[in-house]
Design a protein around this ligand. Structure first.
Ligand SMILES: [Zn+2]
Length: 241
């Protein structure tokens, strides 16, 4: 007799992978095939149990688990942070539905407002075709050209955590490609703030990616003031909320 697992789980459609619209268009990935794209699968009960069971393990990061297990079409270490967010939002959408509720306190009257973000309609600003990785920037004060690259997940999970780490994302300054010298320059107290800000802005290019800001009108009738909230991925992001 046919086993229950084979009979029922055989009913699950073979292709349960959902394409993700990447802000980077996949332009900067060696492991990416534009004809196939990047796809995600919905989390299963087993995935959710793993996240809960290992939540006290300090070596365990839910986002790493999810990126390593639910994403196809790109090596997760290559991912840029702008794409990581787009991927996580898609996984949330196909696993738990389109809505994610965020509670935020009105800055004018301290009333809690519950806002409903819809994963499928968050605006995506994709990179322009002329953006390269690495790319050249002009440092206005020292008046020299530098070459910077995007942080990737393999670098500290893809985020710049510390200003002392900026040198890691700078490939060259002028014609110097020596990392030790670049680090010395950027960490020198005389290095101009304006140049550092130029580097940081061009490394992250935060204009691109998924828009996570929303305006809302306070629910307190006596207030009703307009404020802006930024959605962040809270502890309940990968569960029903
Ligand atoms: Zn208010």
């Amino acid at each position: 007799m046919e086993k229950l697992v084979d009979k029922l789980l055989g009913n699950i459609p073979k292709d349960m992978a959902f394409p993700v619209n990447l802000p980077s268009k996949g332009k900067f990935y060696k492991s990416f095939n534009p004809a196939v794209g990047v796809k995600v699968r919905a989390m299963t009960f087993k995935d959710e149990s793993n996240l809960v069971q290992r939540s006290n393990d300090s070596n365990f990061t839910p986002i790493d688990y999810i990126l390593e297990n639910c994403v196809q079409g790109v090596e997760s270490d290559e991912l840029l942070s702008m794409d990581i967010l787009a991927i996580l939002f898609k996984i949330r959408e196909v696993s738990y539905g389109d809505d994610y509720k965020v509670t935020t306190e009105c800055p004018h009257c301290d009333t809690d407002n519950v806002l409903d973000f819809k994963m499928s309609i968050l605006p995506i600003k994709a990179v322009e075709d002329n953006i390269k990785d690495p790319r050249e920037v002009h440092l206005p004060v020292t008046n020299v050209k530098a070459k910077v690259r995007f942080p990737r997940r393999a670098d500290d999970k893809g985020f710049i955590t510390n200003a002392n780490n900026v040198w890691r994302f700078v490939e060259s300054v002028g014609d110097c490609e020596d990392k030790a010298q670049i680090a010395e320059l950027l960490n020198d107290p005389r290095f101009p703030l304006k140049d550092m800000k130029t580097l940081l802005a061009n490394i992250s290019l935060t204009d691109y990616g998924v828009g996570t800001e929303a305006e809302y009108s306070c629910c307190n009738e006596a207030c009703q003031k307009i404020s802006t909230v930024t959605m962040t991925i809270g502890a309940d992001f990968f569960s029903v909320n």
